[in-house]
Design a protein around this ligand. Structure first.
Ligand SMILES: *[C@@H]1O[C@H](CO)[C@@H](O)[C@H](O)[C@H]1NC(C)=O
Ligand SMILES: *[C@@H]1O[C@H](CO)[C@@H](O)[C@H](O)[C@H]1NC(C)=O
Ligand SMILES: *[C@@H]1O[C@H](CO)[C@@H](O)[C@H](O)[C@H]1NC(C)=O
Ligand SMILES: *[C@@H]1O[C@H](CO)[C@@H](O)[C@H](O)[C@H]1NC(C)=O
Ligand SMILES: *[C@@H]1O[C@H](CO)[C@@H](O)[C@H](O)[C@H]1NC(C)=O
Length: 403
């Protein structure tokens, strides 16, 4: 459970028990020396039996020249949509992914902070009784391999197993021969989790199954999507929940205002951005708290800062350190100013209401924390307020306030 689950588990434990923040060394996966191809190849096949088909022609042209396309994708071909469930108090978001032939449906957490696509399987001796387990014997398209995988996460949890290949359907986009990681073992924290596994949406350089391509890499190289992007909208329980991942495009229905293009540093395999300024405080006194770099991580529940930055943010909101990466914060946010970030010249905010993550009678846990990391994690507390279009080819992201 990457950065991801390490924190959502921390909070799923939600009884305010003391949990150690994950040490940085366990959180940063080893970076493979194998370079990731960031260039999708598009070939125009010549076919003597060619039938004129305007839809297909436009689709192909759009695919070939996607980098020039402005605005949202409006066509249905080459775009996959996966609605996600907002679990509990915005702790995690999962969607249904269909694997194999006939399809077996699993509930997977879409995680931009890791790159492995893995789930419980019938080979598993330690998976939870409530988890759906993929049975490779029941899929006619399944191909086994001798490859193995093993992932360890910052909270000490882990999972491992074997690699196979099968058809994976992501929101209507069918990816043939997708590398899938079947769990043979998983640690106990996964057994009580509502999810059956994860879909990693970080860069392929950090996948633990050597030589296996991520779904995004396959969709790009096989020309299955209109554009090498996915758009992420995360809902809020306070506003009806839900959420949506759109592969090959983005959904302007969830965008308020204009998208700002932001460069990405993918050298560590993450979606890392620079934040040039931070403002926070009260309606009568807003402070400038400085710059930082951070990763956009759908798999982490909170907004996590470096310890130094977290101390500054906590101070201006009068929050008290619980010593485990979390803060208690005043439940009355009426005098709070938003927590705002300047990213490539535009301002993106977390409203005062979301500075409270969890409320229990008179006690409130803050939506921000720290994890002893040298960079920040812009987790769900940020992402449920801001829509992000992740472009894996450039790479860059485009961010706008969400609705
Ligand atoms: C034209 O191409 C589109 C996209 O590939 C496809 O969905 C549609 O069925 C095709 N139409 C015809 C008449 O072949
Ligand atoms: C698949 O079937 C084979 C042969 O019947 C059996 O040995 C194996 O354990 C089965 N695998 C799973 C995952 O059920
Ligand atoms: C996986 O986690 C469990 C604790 O949940 C631990 O006992 C085990 O040693 C870990 N395995 C590895 C390979 O790290
Ligand atoms: C972030 O800022 C540093 C220092 O100015 C710069 O070297 C780096 O390229 C920037 N990274 C991105 C992703 O913009
Ligand atoms: C919240 O604080 C404001 C002023 O700081 C006060 O007027 C209001 O009554 C408080 N609300 C509650 C529910 O205590």
């Amino acid at each position: 459970m990457q950065l991801t689950a390490s924190i959502f588990t921390l909070l799923a434990v939600a009884t305010f028990s003391s949990v150690q923040a994950a040490p940085a060394k366990d959180i940063i996966p080893p970076v493979s020396t194998v370079p990731v191809s960031k260039t999708a190849r598009f070939t125009m096949a010549s076919n003597p039996n060619f039938q004129p088909n305007a839809t297909r022609s436009v689709f192909k042209a759009r695919s070939k020249y996607f980098k020039y396309i402005e605005g949202p994708v409006t066509f249905s071909s080459g775009v996959g949509v996966v609605p996600v469930v907002d679990y509990a108090n915005d702790i995690e978001y999962y969607g249904t992914v269909k694997i194999g032939t006939p399809a077996q449906s699993l509930k997977l957490n879409f995680d931009t902070g890791s790159a492995d696509l893995w789930f419980a399987s019938t080979l598993c001796t330690s998976c939870g009784s409530t988890q759906t387990k993929f049975n490779p014997n029941k899929s006619s398209t399944y191909q086994s391999s001798t490859k193995t995988w093993s992932i360890g996460y910052g909270d000490g949890s882990n999972a491992s197993g074997v690699v196979g290949y099968d058809t994976v359907n992501l929101g209507g986009i069918s990816i043939p021969n997708q590398g899938i990681e079947l769990a043979k073992k998983e640690s106990s924290s996964f057994q009580s989790d509502p999810i059956d596994g994860l879909v990693g949406l970080a860069f392929g350089s950090i996948i633990t199954a050597k030589g296996v391509k991520t779904p995004m890499e396959n969709m790009m190289s096989q020309n299955l999507i209109d554009s090498p992007v996915f758009g992420v909208w995360l809902g809020k329980q306070s506003n009806g929940g839900g959420g949506e991942y759109m592969f090959g495009g983005y959904n302007s229905a969830h965008i308020a205002g204009t998208l700002t293009t932001v460069p990405i540093d993918s050298s560590q395999g993450f979606w890392s951005i620079n934040v040039s300024g931070t403002t926070a405080g009260t309606t009568s006194s807003v402070s400038s708290l400085g710059s930082f770099s951070g990763i956009l991580d759908t798999g982490t529940t909170l907004m996590l800062f470096t310890n130094t930055m977290a101390t500054k943010v906590a101070k201006v909101y009068g929050a008290t350190d619980n010593g485990d990466g979390t803060y208690d914060i005043n439940c009355n946010t009426s005098k709070f100013a938003p927590l705002s970030f300047t990213i490539n010249g535009a301002k993106f905010s977390i409203p005062p209401a979301d500075l409270i993550y969890y409320r229990s009678s008179s006690r409130c846990i803050a939506g921000f924390g720290y994890a002893d990391l040298p960079f920040a994690i812009l987790g769900d507390v940020f992402l449920k307020n801001n829509y992000v279009v992740f472009n894996q080819q450039v790479p860059n992201v485009r961010i706008a306030p969400s609705k």
